[in-house]
Ligand binder design. Sequence first.
Ligand code: E48
Ligand code: ZN
Length: 374
Amino acid sequence: MNLPGTFTLGPGDGSARTGRLTTAHGEIETPVFMPVGTQGTVKSLCPDDLRTIGARIILGNTYHLYLRPGDELVAKMGGLHRFMAWDGPILTDSGGFQVFSLSGLRRITEEGVTFSSHIDGSKHLFSPEKVISIERNLGSDIMMVLDECVPYGADRAYTEKSLGLTTRWATRCRAAHAPLDRGQLLFGIVQGGFFKDLRAESARQLIDLAFEGYALGGLSVGESRAEMYDILYDATPLLPADKPRYLMGVGAPRDLLAGMAAGIDMFDCVLPTRNARNGTLFTFQGKVNIKRAEYREDDSPLEADCPCYACRTFSKAYLRHLYVARELLSYRLNTLHNLTFFSRFMAQARQAIREGRFEAFRTAMEAAYPETDA
Ligand SMILES: CC1(C)O[C@@H]2[C@@H](CO[C@@]3(CNc4nc5cc6c(=O)[nH]c(N)nc6cc5[nH]4)OC(C)(C)O[C@@H]23)O1
Ligand SMILES: [Zn+2]
C-alpha cells in the first residue's frame, strides 16, 4: 500500500490524464467527481447507497460542521468517518468560500475572517490555524487551506492584494499541518481572479509551499463559461503535473469535459444532488425534466441501461408522480440516479482517456449537453 499522498499518473490523451491518488482511507482513480455531503451527509443517501452508486470520495464542509454539530463533538465521536459511517476518502473545503457565500457580516483581516453564523448570528473567527485545527478534528483525508475566494468582478488591485493574503494564509496553514501528518493531505488553492498573470503569480507562490495537491479556486462564481474556460486552460498547466489538480465547484457535464481536457483530476459540484430536488435528471442522452406532462403515462425506465435502483425498479410515470406530489422518495430516487450518472460519466471518461478517444467521447457528450443545457 502506497503512502497517503502518492499520486501515480496513468495513460493520458492530450492534456487529459488518468491517475491514482492514495489517501488514508483508500485509493481514488482520477479524474473523479466528488459528491457534496456538506453537513456530513450526501442528502438523502446512506453510506451503503454511496458505495452502491460508485462514489469513491465525498466532500464535507468545515464551515457547516464547525457551526453544527461542532468539530470538537465530531472529534469526540471518533471523527467524521466514524460519525457518518463512511469509510472512504473525505475532502473538506476550508470554509473560506462558504463564509463568503453564506454568512453575513464578515470582515477580512490579516488574522483571518470574522463572520456571523448563518444559523444563530453568533460571531466567529476563521484563522488559518483555526481552520486546520477544525479539519484535523474532522479527520478529513484531504484538507483545503483557508483562502479568500475573490468575488466575480473584483478589480485588479483588489485581486492582487487578496492573492497575497491567500498566500500568507496558505503559508500559515502549511506551518500548522506538517506534510502527511496523521495521513491527512493538505491542498493549496490558486486564486488571482480573471487576471492570467495574477493566476500565474498565485500558482508560483503556492508551488513553493509544496502542497500535496493544488486547486483552482475563484471559479464557478457567476462568470460566463467562456471566462471560466479562458482561465481554466491558461492556469491548469501551471499546476504541478505530478500532483492532483482540483477544480472547485465544477460542475455540469460540459464543464467536467472541459476540465478533463485541460488536465484537471478532481471535481465537486452540488448540481446532481441539488437538481435531484428540482426534478432535473441527467442521462447519457441529455437532461430529463421529470415533471413534464409527457412522462405522465410513460411506463419506461428513466434510462434503460442505468444500473441504479430508480431505473431498475420504477417508471418515469412513477418518478414524475413522486415529484409532483412532493414525496420524500422523489428526492432519494432522483439523487440515486443523478449520482449514478455522474459516476458512470466519469468512469466512461477515464476509459476514453486510457484508450486515446477522449475527444470523441467529449464530442458525443457535448451533443447530449449543448452549450445552453450545460
Ligand atoms: C455550479 C453550481 C451549480 O454550484 C453551485 C452554484 C454556484 O457555485 C457554487 C460552486 N462554485 C464554487 N466555486 C468555488 C470556489 C471556491 C474557492 O475559491 N475556495 C474555496 N475554499 N472553495 C470554493 C468552492 C467553490 N464552489 O458555489 C456555491 C455558492 C457553493 O454553490 C455552488 O452553481
Ligand atoms: Zn438510473
